[in-house]
Design a protein around this ligand. Structure first.
Ligand SMILES: Nc1ncnc2c1ncn2[C@@H]1O[C@H](COP(=O)(O)OP(=O)(O)OP(=O)(O)O)[C@@H](O)[C@H]1O
Ligand SMILES: [Mg+2]
Length: 256
């Protein structure tokens, strides 16, 4: 695959949730190493797009297509999508009581290593790597021996998502407000991790409401989602414009 071939190609995607059509028609292409920032007002459908691509059963695709790394993404089960190299970090990572974080991460990593034809990591080797990475990300390694997210602070949950990202090394990562609730060091860790992985060819879709993070990520493209469509495509200038004027754009405000 050349860097000119899209890694993810979404065409006219329509998504229904319950009785509602949340996404009307979404089209986007992302190439290896590209970083796309997805903006949009609360409730505009950003998380819906991520959860749909991840294969969440609540989100029904009623039209359109999505190809990922040469495969029909929508025909794959959620775990097959992950094995193909798709990673979606959740806006609100759930607790998984009774499942140790370290075991959860090792199982996920070994499933992905298996699909890449790599050897399985035993508990010892995994912990060595996970502790080192946790240290780099400013996450207390003790969180590896607790149940997933149970009692984690808001920022710890988000740093734990970042640890998953760093361990799993996906082809494409969609980060849904990974900066929300993180302290300044956490946000710096996000930028460092994302830029390092991007340099190795990982593509990113980053959902964020915060200009400071968006600027630090030096995106290739900034998209604004509205009424279930990509309403605007631009660069950092678009993000700055939104930060200045809000989501009620000048032209729309005048129509009212
Ligand atoms: N299970 C559901 N049942 C009913 N409506 C839903 C469901 N899931 C999402 N929605 C609706 O779909 C719309 C889009 O939600 P989504 O979470 O994708 O927005 P968002 O752009 O991520 O917003 P935010 O910036 O607040 O995170 C919202 O109006 C939401 O209420
Ligand atoms: Mg959201």
């Amino acid at each position: 695959m050349t860097t000119h071939t899209p890694l993810l190609s979404v065409r006219d995607l329509r998504v229904e949730v319950g009785e509602r059509t949340v996404l009307e028609s979404i089209s986007l292409d992302i190439r290896p190493g590209e970083l796309v920032v997805l903006m949009g007002s609360n409730g505009s459908g950003k998380s819906t797009l991520g959860l749909t691509l991840a294969g969440h059963p609540r989100y029904r695709v009623s039209a359109g297509s999505a190809r990922f790394h040469g495969q029909d993404l929508l025909a794959l089960k959620p775990e097959e999508r992950a094995r193909a190299g798709l990673f979606v970090s959740l806006q609100s990572p759930p607790d998984i009581p009774g499942v140790k974080n370290g075991l959860f991460l090792r199982s996920a990593l070994n499933a992905i290593r298996e699909s890449r034809g790599e050897s399985q990591l035993d508990a010892f080797d995994f912990l060595k790597d996970a502790r080192a990475l946790a240290g780099e990300l400013g996450l207390d390694a003790k969180l590896l021996s607790r149940p997933v997210n149970e009692g984690f602070s808001g920022g710890e949950r988000k740093r734990n998502e970042l640890l998953q990202l760093a361990l799993l090394k996906p082809r494409l990562a969609l980060l849904d407000e990974i900066d929300s609730g993180m302290d300044v060091d956490g946000v710096r860790a996000v930028v460092k991790q994302v830029q390092a992985m991007r340099a190795q060819g990982t593509a990113f879709v980053v959902v964020s409401h915060y200009l400071q993070l968006i600027e630090s990520l030096t995106p290739d493209t900034v998209l604004r989602l509205d009424q279930g469509r990509i309403a605007e495509t631009g660069t950092l200038a678009l993000a700055r414009d939104i930060a200045r004027t809000g989501f009620v754009r000048q032209s729309e405000a005048l129509e009212v």
